[in-house]
Design a protein around this ligand. Structure first.
Ligand code: NAD
Ligand code: LMR
Length: 326
């Protein structure tokens, strides 16, 4: 057994938290030989509910859980944290876009960025799940100047997984047979799920679907999937979001499969002409605990137009929270 690592989760008494914590505790995120100390953060009025979740975690008697702490103070919950999953934020309701949450949620990520800057492990890995996730990750990153900016990421893995599921249904192949899916840009309706480089059983996916399906069904379905779940369930996605967060952190830490890649929103280094510093989703490979952007992919005019549209939206979101970006 390895030494325990500290995993902080915000919004721990919420919907996503209720799916996420039990999977982290059972070893799905960091592996069956990695004990974890859970450091859970909630707002004060939700502390009773959080105590109930802690009681249930205790009652699972998970072999990998080396400790559980619950707090309503970010500096307590983030102390020495090796992983921080920023879930705590207001979800959108029917008829809203995720960026409508900017005003309500931005202040949370600025305060929490400062807290992790003060107390988290210098090697912390941060994942923003709360919406609008990319810009919230940017706010946290810019408020944590002593931490490596590359450690701040946002979740587009749910979009990536949704794209795999849609393509799998269309071509009649299992998701395991599909590799090299890419989601570019923002976790929003402007995201660009791109199958130009995707393989199905080793052959180009683009040869197995027609352009009309791609433009009129695949891309809008993936872009609008969050809204479709809200319409059907009356609440935003939770178990699938938790599952994607597990996938994101697991692959970042333990590596992506040989020959494949995943989508992660990370600080742009200017690759593919995307403005440096925006938290933009790229195709990445992860090795030895580090991610790197897959370079050298051909980008045709159809893709370029969509990659720029989602970049433009991220620029506007960034400008709207300029007062929170030191
Ligand atoms: P929820 O309302 O069920 O839970 C959110 C929890 O966060 C609540 O318990 C609330 O008390 C807590 N919280 C609020 N402010 C906090 C703070 N300052 N510190 C700590 N905790 C705080 O919502 P949910 O369904 O769990 O969704 C959480 C967020 O995740 C939403 O913003 C939602 O839009 C987003 N989301 C993102 C993705 C993605 O793919 N990136 C997918 C699904 C949901
Ligand atoms: C999702 O994609 O399911 C989440 O971001 C929730 C939402 O508001 O759509």
């Amino acid at each position: 057994m390895k030494a325990p690592v500290r995993v902080a989760v915000t919004g721990a008494a919420g919907q996503i938290g209720y799916s996420l914590l039990f999977r982290i505790a059972s070893g799905d995120m960091l592996g069956p030989d990695q004990p974890v100390i859970l450091q859970l953060l909630e707002v004060s009025p939700a502390m009773d509910a959080l105590q109930g979740v802690v009681m249930e975690l205790d009652d699972c008697a998970f072999p990998l859980v080396a400790g559980i702490q619950a707090s309503d103070q970010a500096e307590e919950a983030f102390r020495d944290a090796d992983y921080i999953l920023l879930v705590g934020a207001k979800p959108r309701g029917p008829g809203m876009e995720r960026k409508d949450l900017l005003e309500a949620n931005a202040a949370i990520f600025s305060a929490q960025g400062k807290a992790m800057n003060a107390v988290a492990s210098r090697d912390v890995r941060v994942l923003a799940v709360g919406n609008p996730a990319n810009t919230n990750a940017l706010i946290a990153m810019r408020n944590a100047p002593d931490l490596d900016p590359g450690r701040f990421t946002a979740m587009t893995r749910l979009d990536h997984n949704r794209a795999l599921a849609q393509l799998s249904g269309r071509v009649g192949a299992h998701v395991n047979d599909i590799t090299r899916m890419t989601v570019w840009g923002n976790h929003s309706a402007t995201q660009y799920p791109d199958i130009s480089h995707t393989l199905v059983k080793g052959s180009p996916a683009a040869d197995q679907v027609d352009q009309a399906w791609l433009e009129e069904t695949f891309i809008p379905t993936v872009q609008q999937r969050g809204a479709a779940i809200i319409k059907a369930r009356g609440q935003s996605s939770a178990a699938s979001a938790a599952s994607a967060a597990i996938d994101h952190m697991r692959d970042w830490t333990l590596g992506t499969p040989e020959g494949d890649w995943v989508s992660m929103a990370i600080p742009s280094d200017g690759s593919y002409g995307i403005a440096e510093g925006l938290i933009y989703s790229f195709p990445v490979r992860c090795v030895n605990g580090h991610y790197e952007i897959v370079q050298g992919l051909d980008v045709d005019d159809f893709s370029r137009e969509r990659m720029l549209a989602t970049e433009q939206e991220l620029t506007e979101e960034r400008d709207a929270v300029a007062h929170l970006l030191p």
